[in-house]
Design a protein around this ligand. Structure first.
Ligand code: CDP
Length: 343
Protein backbone atom coordinates (compact mmCIF):
# COMPACT_ATOMS: atom_id res chain seq x y z
CA UNK A 1 0.00 0.00 0.00
CA UNK A 2 1.28 3.48 -0.81
CA UNK A 3 2.38 5.36 2.28
CA UNK A 4 0.51 8.55 1.47
CA UNK A 5 -2.77 9.02 3.27
CA UNK A 6 -5.47 10.21 0.92
CA UNK A 7 -8.49 11.93 2.39
CA UNK A 8 -12.00 11.10 1.27
CA UNK A 9 -14.04 13.58 -0.74
CA UNK A 10 -15.89 14.82 2.35
CA UNK A 11 -12.64 15.71 4.14
CA UNK A 12 -11.43 17.91 1.29
CA UNK A 13 -11.67 21.67 1.72
CA UNK A 14 -11.32 23.13 -1.78
CA UNK A 15 -12.29 26.63 -0.58
CA UNK A 16 -10.73 29.02 1.95
CA UNK A 17 -12.73 32.19 2.65
CA UNK A 18 -14.77 31.58 -0.49
CA UNK A 19 -11.67 31.30 -2.70
CA UNK A 20 -10.82 28.05 -4.46
CA UNK A 21 -7.29 26.69 -4.12
CA UNK A 22 -5.32 23.65 -5.33
CA UNK A 23 -1.75 23.76 -3.96
CA UNK A 24 -0.91 25.84 -0.87
CA UNK A 25 2.29 27.82 -0.20
CA UNK A 26 3.88 24.74 1.44
CA UNK A 27 3.23 22.64 -1.68
CA UNK A 28 0.36 20.72 -0.05
CA UNK A 29 -2.74 19.76 -2.01
CA UNK A 30 -6.31 19.83 -0.69
CA UNK A 31 -6.16 16.16 0.37
CA UNK A 32 -2.88 16.71 2.23
CA UNK A 33 -0.60 15.16 -0.39
CA UNK A 34 2.55 16.76 -1.76
CA UNK A 35 2.71 17.30 -5.54
CA UNK A 36 4.49 13.95 -6.06
CA UNK A 37 2.38 11.84 -3.66
CA UNK A 38 0.09 9.12 -4.96
CA UNK A 39 -3.23 8.44 -3.32
CA UNK A 40 -3.53 5.21 -1.26
CA UNK A 41 -3.53 2.16 -3.52
CA UNK A 42 -4.73 -1.32 -2.51
CA UNK A 43 -4.67 -4.20 -5.01
CA UNK A 44 -6.09 -7.68 -4.48
CA UNK A 45 -5.89 -10.36 -7.15
CA UNK A 46 -8.01 -13.52 -7.49
CA UNK A 47 -11.13 -12.19 -5.79
CA UNK A 48 -13.77 -13.79 -8.07
CA UNK A 49 -13.73 -17.62 -8.09
CA UNK A 50 -16.01 -17.81 -11.17
CA UNK A 51 -13.57 -15.81 -13.29
CA UNK A 52 -10.36 -17.11 -14.87
CA UNK A 53 -8.61 -14.08 -13.38
CA UNK A 54 -9.77 -11.10 -11.35
CA UNK A 55 -8.65 -8.06 -9.42
CA UNK A 56 -10.15 -5.55 -6.99
CA UNK A 57 -8.35 -2.24 -6.78
CA UNK A 58 -8.81 0.87 -4.66
CA UNK A 59 -6.99 3.99 -5.77
CA UNK A 60 -7.88 6.80 -3.41
CA UNK A 61 -11.66 6.98 -3.58
CA UNK A 62 -11.76 5.00 -6.87
CA UNK A 63 -12.95 1.40 -6.46
CA UNK A 64 -12.84 -0.92 -9.43
CA UNK A 65 -13.43 -4.61 -10.04
CA UNK A 66 -12.08 -6.56 -13.03
CA UNK A 67 -13.03 -10.03 -14.22
CA UNK A 68 -11.13 -11.83 -17.01
CA UNK A 69 -12.47 -14.78 -19.02
CA UNK A 70 -10.48 -16.66 -21.62
CA UNK A 71 -8.79 -17.30 -23.91
CA UNK A 72 -12.10 -18.91 -24.94
CA UNK A 73 -14.09 -19.56 -28.10
CA UNK A 74 -14.67 -16.27 -29.90
CA UNK A 75 -18.39 -15.70 -30.44
CA UNK A 76 -19.73 -14.21 -32.63
CA UNK A 77 -17.32 -15.98 -34.98
CA UNK A 78 -16.81 -12.98 -37.27
CA UNK A 79 -14.87 -11.30 -34.43
CA UNK A 80 -12.33 -14.15 -34.36
CA UNK A 81 -8.87 -13.56 -35.78
CA UNK A 82 -7.12 -16.64 -37.25
CA UNK A 83 -3.70 -15.22 -36.29
CA UNK A 84 -4.24 -14.04 -32.71
CA UNK A 85 -6.61 -13.70 -29.77
CA UNK A 86 -9.18 -10.90 -29.79
CA UNK A 87 -9.13 -8.74 -26.65
CA UNK A 88 -12.57 -7.39 -25.69
CA UNK A 89 -12.24 -4.79 -22.93
CA UNK A 90 -15.51 -3.57 -21.41
CA UNK A 91 -15.18 -0.48 -19.18
CA UNK A 92 -18.42 0.45 -17.41
CA UNK A 93 -19.28 2.90 -14.65
CA UNK A 94 -21.93 1.77 -12.21
CA UNK A 95 -24.95 4.09 -12.00
CA UNK A 96 -24.06 4.75 -8.34
CA UNK A 97 -20.34 5.36 -8.91
CA UNK A 98 -20.64 9.15 -9.23
CA UNK A 99 -22.61 11.80 -7.33
CA UNK A 100 -25.15 12.29 -10.12
CA UNK A 101 -26.79 9.08 -11.37
CA UNK A 102 -24.80 7.73 -14.31
CA UNK A 103 -26.91 6.55 -17.24
CA UNK A 104 -26.48 2.75 -17.33
CA UNK A 105 -26.31 2.77 -21.13
CA UNK A 106 -22.65 2.76 -22.28
CA UNK A 107 -21.83 6.23 -23.58
CA UNK A 108 -19.14 7.44 -25.98
CA UNK A 109 -16.70 7.98 -23.12
CA UNK A 110 -16.99 4.32 -22.03
CA UNK A 111 -16.64 3.06 -25.60
CA UNK A 112 -13.50 5.18 -26.08
CA UNK A 113 -11.93 4.12 -22.76
CA UNK A 114 -12.67 0.45 -23.57
CA UNK A 115 -11.00 0.78 -26.98
CA UNK A 116 -7.78 2.47 -25.88
CA UNK A 117 -7.38 0.33 -22.76
CA UNK A 118 -7.92 -2.90 -24.71
CA UNK A 119 -5.30 -1.80 -27.22
CA UNK A 120 -2.85 -1.02 -24.41
CA UNK A 121 -3.29 -4.52 -22.97
CA UNK A 122 -2.90 -6.11 -26.40
CA UNK A 123 0.69 -4.86 -26.41
CA UNK A 124 1.42 -6.86 -23.27
CA UNK A 125 -0.28 -10.19 -24.05
CA UNK A 126 1.18 -12.94 -26.27
CA UNK A 127 -1.95 -12.87 -28.44
CA UNK A 128 -0.43 -14.93 -31.23
CA UNK A 129 -0.43 -17.99 -28.96
CA UNK A 130 -4.22 -18.10 -28.99
CA UNK A 131 -5.57 -17.69 -32.54
CA UNK A 132 -9.35 -17.63 -33.02
CA UNK A 133 -10.04 -17.05 -29.33
CA UNK A 134 -11.41 -14.16 -27.27
CA UNK A 135 -10.06 -12.71 -24.04
CA UNK A 136 -12.95 -10.91 -22.35
CA UNK A 137 -12.13 -8.28 -19.75
CA UNK A 138 -15.05 -6.84 -17.81
CA UNK A 139 -14.26 -3.72 -15.80
CA UNK A 140 -16.72 -2.17 -13.37
CA UNK A 141 -16.12 1.20 -11.71
CA UNK A 142 -17.93 1.05 -8.37
CA UNK A 143 -16.86 4.47 -7.07
CA UNK A 144 -15.13 7.22 -9.03
CA UNK A 145 -13.01 10.24 -8.26
CA UNK A 146 -10.81 10.95 -11.30
CA UNK A 147 -8.28 8.61 -12.90
CA UNK A 148 -10.65 5.67 -13.25
CA UNK A 149 -9.36 4.59 -16.68
CA UNK A 150 -5.86 4.26 -15.26
CA UNK A 151 -7.05 2.51 -12.10
CA UNK A 152 -9.01 0.07 -14.30
CA UNK A 153 -6.17 -0.62 -16.72
CA UNK A 154 -3.74 -1.23 -13.84
CA UNK A 155 -6.23 -3.66 -12.27
CA UNK A 156 -6.99 -5.32 -15.62
CA UNK A 157 -3.30 -6.12 -16.19
CA UNK A 158 -3.21 -7.84 -12.78
CA UNK A 159 -6.41 -9.77 -13.57
CA UNK A 160 -5.03 -10.95 -16.94
CA UNK A 161 -1.85 -12.16 -15.22
CA UNK A 162 -3.99 -13.79 -12.52
CA UNK A 163 -5.79 -15.71 -15.29
CA UNK A 164 -2.42 -17.24 -16.24
CA UNK A 165 -2.47 -15.63 -19.69
CA UNK A 166 1.13 -15.34 -20.95
CA UNK A 167 2.30 -11.70 -20.98
CA UNK A 168 5.55 -10.03 -22.00
CA UNK A 169 5.05 -7.48 -19.20
CA UNK A 170 2.33 -6.01 -16.97
CA UNK A 171 0.68 -2.69 -17.85
CA UNK A 172 1.03 0.04 -15.24
CA UNK A 173 -0.88 3.30 -15.43
CA UNK A 174 -0.57 6.69 -13.78
CA UNK A 175 -2.01 10.16 -14.26
CA UNK A 176 0.05 13.33 -14.21
CA UNK A 177 -0.95 16.91 -14.89
CA UNK A 178 -1.11 20.51 -13.78
CA UNK A 179 -3.29 22.47 -11.39
CA UNK A 180 -2.80 26.15 -10.50
CA UNK A 181 0.53 26.10 -12.38
CA UNK A 182 1.92 23.13 -10.42
CA UNK A 183 3.02 19.86 -11.98
CA UNK A 184 1.29 17.13 -9.93
CA UNK A 185 0.80 13.38 -10.08
CA UNK A 186 -2.38 11.37 -9.60
CA UNK A 187 -4.98 14.12 -9.94
CA UNK A 188 -8.23 14.00 -7.97
CA UNK A 189 -11.52 15.32 -9.34
CA UNK A 190 -11.03 18.79 -7.84
CA UNK A 191 -7.60 19.06 -9.50
CA UNK A 192 -8.92 17.80 -12.85
CA UNK A 193 -11.43 20.67 -12.72
CA UNK A 194 -8.82 23.43 -12.09
CA UNK A 195 -9.10 26.36 -14.57
CA UNK A 196 -5.61 25.70 -16.02
CA UNK A 197 -5.86 21.92 -15.59
CA UNK A 198 -3.87 19.50 -17.67
CA UNK A 199 -4.81 15.88 -17.11
CA UNK A 200 -2.66 13.22 -18.76
CA UNK A 201 -3.25 9.48 -18.50
CA UNK A 202 -0.15 7.39 -19.24
CA UNK A 203 0.37 3.62 -19.20
CA UNK A 204 3.69 1.83 -19.54
CA UNK A 205 5.02 -1.66 -19.97
CA UNK A 206 6.95 -1.13 -16.72
CA UNK A 207 10.09 -3.08 -17.60
CA UNK A 208 10.73 -1.68 -21.06
CA UNK A 209 9.09 1.70 -20.20
CA UNK A 210 7.30 1.44 -23.54
CA UNK A 211 4.28 3.79 -23.57
CA UNK A 212 1.12 1.86 -24.45
CA UNK A 213 -1.48 4.53 -23.64
CA UNK A 214 -1.26 8.31 -23.69
CA UNK A 215 -4.26 10.62 -23.46
CA UNK A 216 -4.37 14.26 -22.52
CA UNK A 217 -6.88 17.00 -21.70
CA UNK A 218 -5.68 20.64 -21.73
CA UNK A 219 -2.75 22.52 -23.20
CA UNK A 220 0.93 22.65 -22.21
CA UNK A 221 4.39 23.39 -23.57
CA UNK A 222 6.73 20.64 -24.80
CA UNK A 223 9.00 21.34 -21.77
CA UNK A 224 6.07 20.73 -19.41
CA UNK A 225 5.22 17.58 -21.32
CA UNK A 226 8.76 16.21 -20.95
CA UNK A 227 8.74 17.00 -17.25
CA UNK A 228 5.36 15.29 -16.74
CA UNK A 229 6.42 12.18 -18.67
CA UNK A 230 9.49 11.89 -16.45
CA UNK A 231 7.33 12.21 -13.34
CA UNK A 232 4.99 9.55 -14.72
CA UNK A 233 7.78 7.08 -15.48
CA UNK A 234 9.42 7.58 -12.05
CA UNK A 235 6.21 7.10 -10.11
CA UNK A 236 4.72 4.27 -12.19
CA UNK A 237 7.32 1.96 -10.69
CA UNK A 238 5.66 2.41 -7.26
CA UNK A 239 2.37 1.16 -8.74
CA UNK A 240 4.17 -1.72 -10.49
CA UNK A 241 5.59 -2.94 -7.16
CA UNK A 242 2.05 -3.04 -5.73
CA UNK A 243 0.79 -5.00 -8.75
CA UNK A 244 3.57 -7.58 -8.36
CA UNK A 245 2.93 -7.89 -4.62
CA UNK A 246 -0.79 -8.50 -5.25
CA UNK A 247 -0.05 -11.23 -7.79
CA UNK A 248 2.47 -12.89 -5.49
CA UNK A 249 -0.02 -12.90 -2.63
CA UNK A 250 -2.71 -14.37 -4.87
CA UNK A 251 -0.44 -17.15 -6.14
CA UNK A 252 0.75 -18.05 -2.64
CA UNK A 253 -2.82 -18.30 -1.36
CA UNK A 254 -3.85 -20.71 -4.13
CA UNK A 255 -3.38 -24.46 -4.24
CA UNK A 256 -1.42 -25.69 -7.33
CA UNK A 257 -4.58 -26.98 -9.06
CA UNK A 258 -6.13 -23.47 -8.85
CA UNK A 259 -3.23 -21.94 -10.78
CA UNK A 260 -3.72 -22.38 -14.51
CA UNK A 261 -1.19 -24.91 -15.87
CA UNK A 262 0.58 -25.46 -12.50
CA UNK A 263 -0.76 -28.99 -11.98
CA UNK A 264 0.73 -29.97 -15.31
CA UNK A 265 4.31 -28.80 -14.73
CA UNK A 266 7.03 -29.71 -12.28
CA UNK A 267 9.10 -27.19 -10.31
CA UNK A 268 11.54 -27.09 -13.20
CA UNK A 269 8.78 -26.20 -15.66
CA UNK A 270 8.81 -29.63 -17.36
CA UNK A 271 5.43 -31.27 -18.01
CA UNK A 272 4.24 -33.47 -15.14
CA UNK A 273 3.67 -36.97 -16.59
CA UNK A 274 1.11 -38.12 -13.98
CA UNK A 275 -1.24 -35.26 -14.87
CA UNK A 276 -1.39 -36.45 -18.49
CA UNK A 277 -3.55 -39.05 -20.15
CA UNK A 278 -1.91 -42.29 -21.40
CA UNK A 279 -2.22 -41.00 -24.95
CA UNK A 280 -0.39 -37.75 -24.08
CA UNK A 281 2.34 -39.67 -22.24
CA UNK A 282 2.78 -41.93 -25.29
CA UNK A 283 3.15 -38.89 -27.52
CA UNK A 284 5.90 -37.44 -25.30
CA UNK A 285 8.05 -40.59 -25.39
CA UNK A 286 11.20 -40.17 -27.51
CA UNK A 287 10.98 -42.13 -30.75
CA UNK A 288 12.88 -42.70 -33.95
CA UNK A 289 11.52 -40.25 -36.52
CA UNK A 290 12.48 -42.62 -39.35
CA UNK A 291 10.69 -45.65 -37.91
CA UNK A 292 7.33 -46.72 -39.33
CA UNK A 293 4.76 -47.10 -36.58
CA UNK A 294 2.44 -49.42 -38.46
CA UNK A 295 0.18 -50.13 -35.47
CA UNK A 296 -0.99 -46.51 -35.54
CA UNK A 297 -2.69 -47.18 -38.84
CA UNK A 298 -4.34 -50.49 -37.91
CA UNK A 299 -8.09 -50.37 -37.73
CA UNK A 300 -10.35 -52.84 -36.02
CA UNK A 301 -12.47 -54.78 -38.47
CA UNK A 302 -15.97 -55.26 -37.27
CA UNK A 303 -18.61 -57.51 -38.76
CA UNK A 304 -21.72 -55.46 -39.37
CA UNK A 305 -24.97 -57.14 -38.28
CA UNK A 306 -27.31 -58.04 -41.11
CA UNK A 307 -29.83 -55.29 -41.86
CA UNK A 308 -33.45 -56.10 -41.01
CA UNK A 309 -35.55 -57.50 -43.86
CA UNK A 310 -37.42 -55.05 -46.05
CA UNK A 311 -40.81 -54.07 -44.70
CA UNK A 312 -40.20 -55.67 -41.31
CA UNK A 313 -39.55 -53.36 -38.39
CA UNK A 314 -36.58 -54.24 -36.26
CA UNK A 315 -37.82 -53.50 -32.71
CA UNK A 316 -34.25 -52.68 -31.57
CA UNK A 317 -33.89 -49.85 -34.10
CA UNK A 318 -35.47 -46.46 -33.79
CA UNK A 319 -38.72 -46.06 -35.79
CA UNK A 320 -37.62 -42.88 -37.51
CA UNK A 321 -34.83 -44.73 -39.40
CA UNK A 322 -37.39 -46.91 -41.25
CA UNK A 323 -39.14 -45.35 -44.23
CA UNK A 324 -42.90 -45.70 -43.80
CA UNK A 325 -43.67 -46.23 -47.52
CA UNK A 326 -40.83 -48.46 -48.69
CA UNK A 327 -40.07 -50.02 -45.32
CA UNK A 328 -36.36 -49.45 -46.02
CA UNK A 329 -34.00 -49.05 -43.09
CA UNK A 330 -31.86 -45.90 -43.42
CA UNK A 331 -29.91 -46.17 -40.19
CA UNK A 332 -26.85 -47.88 -41.72
CA UNK A 333 -26.84 -45.57 -44.71
CA UNK A 334 -26.92 -42.48 -42.50
CA UNK A 335 -24.11 -43.82 -40.41
CA UNK A 336 -22.03 -44.61 -43.48
CA UNK A 337 -22.61 -41.14 -44.85
CA UNK A 338 -21.48 -39.42 -41.66
CA UNK A 339 -18.59 -41.45 -40.35
CA UNK A 340 -17.54 -43.75 -43.12
CA UNK A 341 -19.14 -46.79 -41.50
CA UNK A 342 -16.98 -46.69 -38.33
CA UNK A 343 -18.71 -47.14 -35.01
O1 CDP B 1 -11.92 8.77 -14.68
P1 CDP B 1 -10.99 9.36 -15.69
O2 CDP B 1 -10.18 10.50 -15.13
O3 CDP B 1 -10.14 8.34 -16.34
O4 CDP B 1 -11.89 9.91 -16.87
P2 CDP B 1 -12.53 11.36 -17.07
O5 CDP B 1 -13.42 11.27 -18.26
O6 CDP B 1 -11.47 12.39 -17.08
O7 CDP B 1 -13.46 11.56 -15.82
C1 CDP B 1 -13.02 12.21 -14.67
C2 CDP B 1 -13.97 11.98 -13.55
O8 CDP B 1 -15.21 12.58 -13.82
C3 CDP B 1 -14.33 10.53 -13.28
O9 CDP B 1 -13.32 9.81 -12.62
C4 CDP B 1 -15.55 10.71 -12.43
O10 CDP B 1 -15.18 11.01 -11.09
C5 CDP B 1 -16.21 11.93 -13.08
N1 CDP B 1 -17.32 11.52 -13.96
C6 CDP B 1 -18.60 11.78 -13.55
O11 CDP B 1 -18.81 12.34 -12.48
N2 CDP B 1 -19.68 11.39 -14.33
C7 CDP B 1 -19.47 10.75 -15.50
N3 CDP B 1 -20.49 10.38 -16.25
C8 CDP B 1 -18.15 10.50 -15.94
C9 CDP B 1 -17.10 10.90 -15.14
Amino acid sequence: MAKDKAKTKTEMKPQVEGKEWWVDSKGKRIDGRSVTDLRDITIKAGVLPNADGSCYLEWGQNKVLVSVHGPRECLPKHQANPYKATVRYNYRMATFSVTERKNPRPGRREVEISKVSGEALERAIFLEKFPNTAIDIFVEVLDANAGTRIACLTAAAVAVADAGIPMRDLVTGITVGRAEGNAIIDLNKHEEDAPDAVDMAVAFLPNSKEVVLLQMDGEMTSKEFENLMEMAADNASKVYELQKAALKESVLSKSPEQIPGMDEVTDTGAPRMEAMSEEEQEMLKPRDPMAFHGHEFEEETKIEPKPAKKGKKDPKKADETIDEDSGEDYSDMERDAYDGGKE
